[in-house]
Every structure is written in structure tokens, then in C-alpha cells.
Design a protein around this ligand. Structure first.
Ligand SMILES: [Zn+2]
Length: 164
């Protein structure tokens, strides 16, 4: 059950406030993130921007929100419907690519969980994600649903993301 506790768990002051408590109703912060996080995730972000460029060239839209760049519509709609993806949105570095504004809004907290992971893992995020998926399979789970990175990102779903 959600509480009325509305803590700020954002990135203010460069501190790491830690993960939100399970079930707590909390509000995302100002979007300020540590510079080192942007630098460490930059190679991934560049890849995300290339997907974003294709999205824009095909009629998509872009917005900067909560310290990340969000691309949607255009080719992103078709990309995210591909059989091996089938996602509402994906996160690549400090870039979130979503089918449309509603699909991004429905999972913004989860995607910001992935942003946070990339700030910690940098270019190692993708191989680590792959290893975690294989590990989940070897333990009899699902490579995606039981992947540690997905479960970790789900802890951020309870965050509320105000319009800015
Ligand atoms: Zn995810």
C-alpha cells in the first residue's frame, strides 16, 4: 500500500539518495545528475542519440525532461514494435526512446532506473545486462522478467514524474 510520504529522491547536489522504498509514493527530483554520470554513460548516450536522430528524421519528436532526452513517435513506433523488442520504451544512456508520449509516461520511472544503472555501469551496462539475462535463464527464470537489471529498474516505477 502506498504511503503519503513524498520524499525527493532525485539527483540534487550530486548525492546518491538510494533506491526508493518499496511501495512508497515519492516524487522525482529536479533532474540534476552528477556530471560524472553523464561522462561515464556518454558512449551509450551517443548510440541513443543516433536512434533519436532517425526518429526525428521520420517525423518523431524530442523533449528534454528530468535530465534525459526523450524521443518518440516517428520510426520509434515501428522500432519498438519489432518482435525481438516489443517495448513501450527503451533507454540507451541518457536517452529514452518511446512509442509515444503515453507509453513513455507509463514507464518513465522504470526507464530512469535504467538511466541510473547506465550511470553506474557505463559501457559495461550492455554486457552486464546480457550476463544477467543468461544467469536468469540458467536459474530457470526468464531472461527479461527475471533479469536483475529489470527488477532493479522496477523499484523506480513508484516515483511520480511531474510535468516540467
Ligand atoms: Zn527495463
Amino acid at each position: 500500500m502506498a504511503t503519503t510520504d513524498r520524499r525527493n529522491v532525485g539527483y540534487g547536489g550530486g548525492s546518491d539518495p538510494g533506491a526508493p522504498e518499496q511501495g512508497a509514493s515519492v516524487t522525482a527530483g529536479s533532474g540534476r545528475r552528477p556530471i560524472v554520470g553523464y561522462a561515464w554513460a556518454a558512449p551509450m548516450t551517443l548510440f541513443g542519440l543516433s536512434i533519436g536522430a532517425v526518429t526525428l528524421l521520420t517525423g518523431g519528436r524530442v523533449e528534454r525532461r528530468h535530465g534525459v532526452i526523450e524521443f518518440r513517435d516517428g520510426a520509434a513506433q515501428r522500432l519498438l514494435r519489432l518482435p525481438f523488442l516489443r517495448a513501450s520504451a527503451i533507454t540507451v544512456g541518457h536517452v529514452i526512446v518511446g512509442r509515444d508520449s503515453r507509453s513513455i509516461a507509463s514507464c518513465r520511472g522504470h526507464e530512469h532506473g535504467h538511466v541510473r544503472q547506465t550511470e553506474r555501469w557505463g559501457v559495461l551496462f550492455m554486457p552486464a545486462y546480457f550476463v544477467a539475462g543468461v544467469w536468469a535463464q540458467l536459474r530457470g527464470g526468464h531472461w527479461y522478467r527475471d533479469n536483475w537489471f529489470e527488477r532493479d529498474a522496477d523499484r523506480y516505477c513508484e516515483l511520480e514524474w511531474p510535468e516540467q
